[in-house]
Ligand binder design. Structure first.
Ligand code: SAM
Length: 231
């Protein structure tokens, strides 16, 4: 269902993202890439999982001083196809792959990131375990995701916007009858930031830090995999 949905809205996905978030999503993505710590291994291999139209991958690969490669993996081919036009020779390799069954050996990535993707996984712990498996010891996973704001007035505004304005604008612009009803429902069903931190700790990560963005509409979790100790 999720793969079909994103395949069907791929053509309007970027436009709606920037429109519905009033462009704040660009700033959130920059924050996510800054949290990855790629400067420690600027020539490394990185994963953007649930990469969609490749915005996070492009944000990383376009950073000054980045000399590595980013695999942008998503299971909805039309989303990746849409993103290919943004690459302009950057070190990004789009790949059609399922985050719950990643086609990579253990510890191959210097770091990984997921933007607004983990919420869509049908088996969240399985997807997080896969991400924990493919990141090398000492590497980080950055998760950028919507969350429910802690403050009551902000939460009220957020609910009004997410449950009323967003589905309506989404339906009008995308032409899809229910895709933008799914978005607020998936956020409401998603574990709060504290619980996501717990789940990351169970997925081979030893340290997890998180912070809220824009009054708690979104959160960035930074999970680090324990470095192997030399004998
Ligand atoms: C909301 S979009 C986010 C896209 C992009 N990361 C961004 O920041 O805009 C969610 C993406 O996750 C992908 N996705 C959901 N479940 C997936 C899975 N199990 N494996 C791979 N991709 C998945 C969808 O196809 C979709 O492109």
């Amino acid at each position: 269902m999720v793969r079909t949905l994103f395949g069907e809205i791929a053509d309007r996905y970027d436009l709606l993202n920037h429109l519905l978030s009033l462009n704040i999503d660009r700033r959130w993505r920059r924050r996510a890439v800054e949290a990855l710590g790629w400067e420690r291994h600027p020539g490394g291999l990185y994963l953007d999982a649930c990469a969609g139209t490749l915005d996070l991958a492009v944000e990383l690969a376009g950073r000054r001083g980045f000399r590595g490669r980013v695999v942008g993996a998503d299971f909805a081919l039309p989303m990746l196809a849409r993103g290919k036009g943004k690459l302009h020779g950057l070190g990004v390799s789009p790949l059609c792959a399922d985050t719950e069954l990643l086609p990579f050996p253990d510890g191959v990535f210097a770091g990984a990131m997921v933007g607004f993707g983990v919420r869509n996984l049908s088996r969240l712990p399985v997807g997080l375990a896969e991400l924990g498996r493919v990141v090398r010891p000492g590497g980080r996973l950055v998760v950028l995701e919507f969350t429910v704001p802690p403050s009551r007035p902000v939460r009220w505004l957020y609910h009004a916007y997410f449950h009323r304005v967003l589905p309506l604008v989404g339906r009008l612009v995308s032409g899809h009858p229910w895709a933008y009803d799914y978005l607020p429902e998936s956020v409401a069903d998603f574990p709060p930031a504290e619980e996501l931190a717990e789940l990351l700790l169970r997925a081979r990560f030893t340290r997890v830090e998180w912070r809220l963005l824009s009054a708690g509409i979104a959160a960035i979790h930074v999970a680090t995999k324990e470095a192997t100790r030399s004998p």
